[in-house]
Design a protein around this ligand. Structure first.
Ligand code: PLP
Length: 409
């Protein structure tokens, strides 16, 4: 059968929406300057769907930094992979600054978080090793697992007993040259709960393993100094490899891992997505350096983010919504309903209330449930939050029309 013909009938949970819902539910175009208020389909909307947690996109100083960096360097230089012709003093300086920021001895820049962490996982474990990861891990971890040559097993989400079972299994099957890598997220991006890092690290007393933490959503949002979930929980030292991306709080592109120098040296020679791909442009690197400097110098951005998060979350709860017990700014609202309800909520909020949210239904959440995820930013104002709460109040008859009994938190 012709491959392209076959694709027409290949089932996919998103297929219907990438065609019928194109430009609206999928691939929507938010226009105008990045910020809490943008244009969608020509209308002003308050945006709750972008991970610019610290409101950097709306910051005039950062816009100026970008402008100067692009003018000075263009987006072309350097050409080539870091290993060949794509390295610079600026790339190395950014790595030192990132390591210092997240309290690790050394760091390695990655072009994109997704490919970067996949390659890191692939490089770290070989056929004698064991890879154990949380079942709710982001797709980049799951895809990294697909590449890995090691034995692989999954533990139930944040279930330490389940993890211990897998550690026992791996330990009992270990050969002399076997090693174990455990991977979790710092903040789980859909539900906002934190990886149980303290409990996982405590297992090191009993089992010999290394821990990789994907802290995409924790970097910049958690910890006294913004250095993430490990710092927030007081266990940053117990994280052996810390992964952060610029795609959220830094509102840029690129990522990094921070760890011991010997691991960085190994990854430089073995992380294939970095060896065989062009390095980050200098303008991006220079902008990242300035952004990290500003994030560290402006803790009030993080404070405002948390103030907004609590105002939104408490407000939603007060008007009767079930906000899952997130410990990060990610604010997930769960309700009973079908995919149709999910799209109706998004459409109603966008068309009649000027509020842009994203929602997911089965298979991302169990069948019969709808999850609306709101991402607060430091740049949201009280007015934006109140407008949103009023909108959620107004759509209650639609949201709760079929709910037999409200699910308690
Ligand atoms: C938990 C998590 N890990 C990794 C990534 C991938 O990072 P990047 O966008 O830099 O490729 C994302 C999404 O951006 C994410 O949410």
């Amino acid at each position: 059968m012709d491959l392209f013909k076959k694709l027409e009938n290949r089932p996919s949970p998103l297929g219907e929406f990438t065609s019928d819902g194109y430009g609206y539910y999928t691939f929507p175009k938010l226009e105008g300057p990045l910020g809490p208020k943008m244009k969608f389909n020509g209308k002003d909307v308050v945006v709750w769907s972008i991970n610019d947690y610290l409101g950097i996109g709306a910051n005039p100083d950062i816009r100026e930094v970008d402008h100067q960096a692009a003018k000075k360097h263009t987006f072309s230089v350097p050409m080539g992979a870091r290993l060949m012709t794509g390295n610079s003093d600026q790339h190395e300086a950014l790595e030192r600054e990132l390591a210092d920021f997240v309290h690790k001895p050394h760091a390695l820049l990655l072009n994109y978080g997704y490919q970067g962490i996949m390659s890191v996982i692939h490089a770290l474990v070989d056929r004698n090793d064991f890879l154990i990861y949380d079942e709710l891990s982001h797709a980049c971890i799951v895809d990294g697992k697909q590449l890995a040559m090691s034995d692989k097993s999954v533990y139930q989400h944040n279930d330490i007993e389940s993890l211990e079972k897998q550690l026992k299994r791996a330990t009992s099957r270990s050969k002399e040259n076997s090693s174990i890598l455990v991977v979790t997220e710092g903040v789980f991006g859909m539900t906002g709960d934190l990886g149980k890092l303290k409990e996982i690290i405590a297992l090191k007393e009993k089992y010999d393993f290394r821990l990789l933490v994907d802290d995409a959503h924790g970097l910049g949002t958690l910890g006294d100094d913004g250095s993430g979930t490990g710092t927030h929980l007081g266990v940053q030292d117990g994280i052996d490899i810390y992964f952060g991306t610029f795609a959220k709080s830094v509102a840029l592109i690129g990522a990094f891992v921070a760890t011991e120098p010997r691991v960085v040296e190994f990854l430089k020679a073995n992380a294939r997505s970095q060896i065989f791909a062009k390095s980050l442009p200098l303008a991006i690197v220079e902008s990242a350096r300035e952004r990290i400097k500003l994030i560290r110098a402006n803790p009030q951005w993080r404070e405002k983010l948390w103030e907004n998060t609590l105002r939104l979350r408490n407000g939603l709860r007060e008007i009767g919504y079930n906000v899952l017990p997130s410990e990060s700014p990610v604010t997930p609202v769960l309700t009973e309903g079908s995919t149709d309800l999910c799209t109706t909520i998004m459409r109603e909020l966008r068309e009649n209330h000027g509020v842009f949210v994203s929602g997911v239904a089965y298979p991302v959440v169990p069948r019969g449930m709808v999850l609306i995820r709101l991402i607060p930013m430091a740049s949201h104002t009280d007015k934006h939050i109140d407008k949103t709460l009023n909108a959620f109040e107004a759509i209650k008859p639609i949201v709760f029309q079929n709910v037999s009994e409200k699910i308690s938190a």
